[in-house]
Design a protein around this ligand. Structure first.
Ligand code: HEM
Length: 416
């Protein structure tokens, strides 16, 4: 074995080599510090405080902070709200900062700001190019088609929705009146695999051609969990549905008259929205907000929906699930058209707000009410367990627990 290098070098040469190493180390350290300070000095978002990590970038930062946000978004948004109440703060997202606001003045300002783009904002969070197709972002024909043609034709669409439900639901929840409680989940997974295989390929082609719809399935799962966890609300909802269907049938008008169910679904979305944030926008030019908050071109800004929905200033006992709170509010004279599932406001953001509020919400509302009505009228519904399956948080997403189980048993509908 050759002798170690140090014994082959003279003491002088060894000293020079060590000295060189020391200089290299110090040069790197000073350059890196200078780089960090320069980045910080010229970071246009430096005046906006950071939550979830230091504002100064390090070797692994901001990726570590972004990972922190993916894992703990809910907690970080709460910390930001408690610390900077009313003022903007920023969190790290994959490869960029996101500015977060929650006070009503900011919400009013960002919802329809001409230089804050919803298409670019949604693209960042939903990755439309990869999930729906590039044209969904570049060509906005579908927005007008949904806003105008679809929404205006809901009275024509509703009978077809009802017909579909009467065929599809018994197939997915095939139980008899005297039979045991069953959960739709396992059977629907088997059926889904069988049914989806051919459809998958057909849809894939169609998706490439036409793009896709948004889905409201998680809202339905949240609502079913809420219903099964609070069985005391089943009978009042059923009474309302049975008397409305007896009077109006399965029509758009009938769905509009379901105030309690509408309120139930609105409350379910308030407490268990699909996302922690709303009003995702990207600044297409430099924008300065009313309080001087400066958003350089390219900055993403969002509203903290979770904070807004859980604020006692916005909702009495905001932490409580009170399914008929909105139905009571509508009973006040002059308020009957407000507080509906489709009504957006600074205090209610699941469908966004302002000029770009979800154009599909009228269809989604009618569809959700039709499915819930069909289930309530035709089935007894119970939770498998005693506690609501816990929501799962991943980044800005709030998903209902996929392993939770709701049990169904066929019942005889009352009336026609
Ligand atoms: C419960 C179900 C749904 C929820 C919670 C929901 C939520 C949202 C939200 C939060 C936005 C962004 C609005 C903003 O930032 O101001 C949005 C936009 C949009 N939604 Fe929905 N949506 C639902 C169902 C649907 C359905 C069924 C359709 C289609 C029929 C649809 C089509 C759209 C479109 C096209 C946009 C983009 C609007 C634009 O770019 O101006 N949504 N939705």
């Amino acid at each position: 074995m050759p002798p170690p290098l140090s014994s082959r070098l003279s003491p002088t040469l060894l000293y020079i080599a060590m000295d060189d190493l020391r200089s290299i180390f110090w040069t790197l350290a000073v350059s890196f510090t200078a780089y960090i300070l320069m980045r910080r000095r010229f970071d246009p978002l430096r005046s906006i405080p950071t939550v979830g990590g230091p504002s100064v970038p390090g070797i692994f930062y901001p990726n570590l902070a972004a990972l922190n946000f993916v894992r703990n978004a809910k907690e970080l948004l709460t910390i930001g709200h408690e610390k900077y109440r009313g003022a903007a703060f920023k969190v790290a997202f994959m490869g960029r900062w996101i500015v977060v606001v929650s006070d009503s003045k900011h919400l009013d300002e960002i919802k329809s700001h001409p230089e804050l783009s919803i298409a670019e904002g949604l693209d960042e969070f939903l990755q439309l190019k990869h999930t729906i197709g590039a044209t969904a972002q570049s060509d906005r024909f579908h927005v007008n088609a949904i806003r105008d043609q679809l929404t205006r034709s809901l009275n024509v669409v509703m009978p077809a929705v009802a017909e579909e439900l009467a065929l599809a639901i018994p197939e997915y929840i095939p139980c008899t009146g005297d039979g045991p409680w069953i959960s739709g989940a396992r059977r629907s997974i088997q059926q889904t695999v069988r049914i989806l295989k051919p459809i998958f390929y057909e849809r894939k082609t169609k998706l490439q051609e036409y793009g896709a719809d948004w889905t409201d399935r998680p809202s339905l799962t949240h609502a079913l969990y809420d219903l099964a966890t609070h069985p005391g609300f089943i009978q009042p909802l059923r009474d309302e549905i049975e008397s409305v269907i007896a009077a109006d049938g399965w029509t758009k008008r009938g769905m509009n008259n379901l105030w309690k169910l509408d309120s139930f679904l609105r409350e379910s979305q308030r407490v268990n929205g699909l996302f922690l944030i709303s009003l995702a926008r990207k600044a297409m030019k430099d924008v300065t907000l009313h309080d001087g908050t400066f958003l350089p071109k390219g900055t993403f800004i969002v509203a903290d929906q979770c904070t807004v929905h859980n604020d006692d200033n916005n909702y009495e006992h905001a932490d409580q699930f009170d399914p008929f709170r909105f139905a009571r509010m509508r009973e006040v004279p002059g308020e009957d058209l407000k507080h509906q599932l489709v009504t957006t406001s600074r205090e209610y953001l699941p469908f966004g707000h302002g000029k770009h509020a979800c154009p599909g919400r009228f269809f989604a509302s009618m569809e959700l009410k039709a499915v819930m009505s069909y289930l309530l009228v035709n089935y007894d519904i119970a939770l498998d367990g005693s506690l609501r399956p816990e929501n799962q948080y991943f980044g800005i997403d709030i998903s209902p627990d996929p392993s939770g189980r709701v049990l169904f048993r066929r019942r005889e509908p009352r009336g026609p």
